[in-house]
Ligand binder design. Sequence first.
Ligand code: BES
Ligand code: MN
Ligand code: ZN
Length: 509
Amino acid sequence: MLLPQLKPLHITNNSQPNNQTPDLAIIIIDEQDIEKGQIKSKNILSLDNEMNGTISNLIGLGDFEGKWLQTSTSLVLNQKSAKRVLLVGAGNKLNYMPARSRQIGIKCAEISLSLKANTIFFHCSSQLCNTKELIAQCQIGFNMGMYKYPNSNMKEETKLELEKPIHLNFINTVQNFEKSLDETKHLEDSINFCRLLQDSPPNVATPKFVAHQALEQAKKLGLKVDIWGAEKLREKGFNAMLAVSSGSANEPQFVVIEYSPEKYNKSIAFVGKGLTMDTGGYSVKTPSTSQEGMKYDMSGAAVTLSSILAIAKLKLPVKVYAIAALCENMIDAHSYRVGDVITSLSGKTIEILNTDAEGRVVLSDALYFAAKELKPDYIVEFSTLTGAMITTFGHVGAGVFAFHPELEKIIMTAADSTGERAYPLPIWDEIIDDIKGSISDIINIGNTRGSAGSMVGAAFLNEFTNNIPFAHIDIAGVANDNHSIGYIRKQSSGYGVQLVTEIARILAK
Ligand code: BES
Ligand code: MN
Ligand code: ZN
């Protein structure tokens, strides 16, 4: 089985149009660029001249004021600089710029697709695309907006249409932009890979499938890859991970990818929850509608496995491990039960009080392995761990439970620069006490049941990190289904790929 192909996108920088007029000129316009129906910006005025007044005529109609994500299109009168023009409003809210620039890119892709534009000139005259970082976010947004997990019954003619590449040319005055274009391309490739893994249906994206896809990509970059199946996991004592997968016909897979550059000062392990399907097990998710979307329960693993590819291509001087604990939480006669006590890899015993709190159980072995065997300077773990996270931050941001102030700062700095919303949350002693067991060291849900769900999950995970500086990032709300952060479709988001890469970049300094 292969991952589906995405529509190819070629991005250039200030390249001159060949003898063909581009299909579309996109112009991003700030509110302050327009006053009483008149264009104020010199850049836009000169474009308007080239286009024989098309832009001023369009704005003169009075329905476009440059408000946030407002759009207007017109045929270009002289058909010279482009066949059509698209004005996109950037508004005047200049806080939280990277995410806004990305959202502009998404909007532009959405409209370009509907106009069937194949050659596009993107004029960066707004404040939301006047630095290489912000243009990079527009570019990433455009790539995200073009992404579509193909229908597996694709007709031949749609396939052909998909293969026709789109050319996007950024017209800008930023210095040294070529390098930034290439770097951004690596991020885009990782984001696409992550999203394809996330969106693949659970009968396709089994633990073996995901592990195999990651292996293929990592091999191309010469990275060291270890994949352990059930037999090896049994031999090593990964009893917690095996317990969760015991009801599944699909063998669990534990993946460790290592990127070790010649020079580095710091090392970090990124660990991802990889439930390719979570039915809840015997504590079954009812109504069954709550099982919808549980193919996305492997998003943490998708993030770690794809980000390391970008980190390696960027040749960052930091040692990085990407770990994925892949398995399914299913129901059959062999499934683990409520009441079972499991001796995890760490030697700590876990009483299972809810088979649906499986992520933390799987991660207990993965984290302990990372801490004990790899001994990195930091461990950062990504998981769709708790529904309570969605109650807390909706589908807009992730919760960051860092058990280490310096690591928390690194993560928050990274999140600010990539515009992936994240917010620090506490871990209180009272909650740590709430998971003490009576016939085991620890229980997999709080004694108080249900309350402080996300913090309980975080406290549980921290028991297995052997005092290595650790942070848990709960991406349950942002892994998929996030219209609220500007994505077009109710599918994967690739959230976290930029964040992981940025954390690595900070550690590489
Ligand atoms: N994968 C789920 C968390 C989840 C729920 C992610 C909804 C995305 C959307 C996780 O395994 C789970 O079921 N958690 C339980 C924990 C509870 C039993 C303590 C939850 O959040 O309800
Ligand atoms: Mn669950
Ligand atoms: Zn789960």
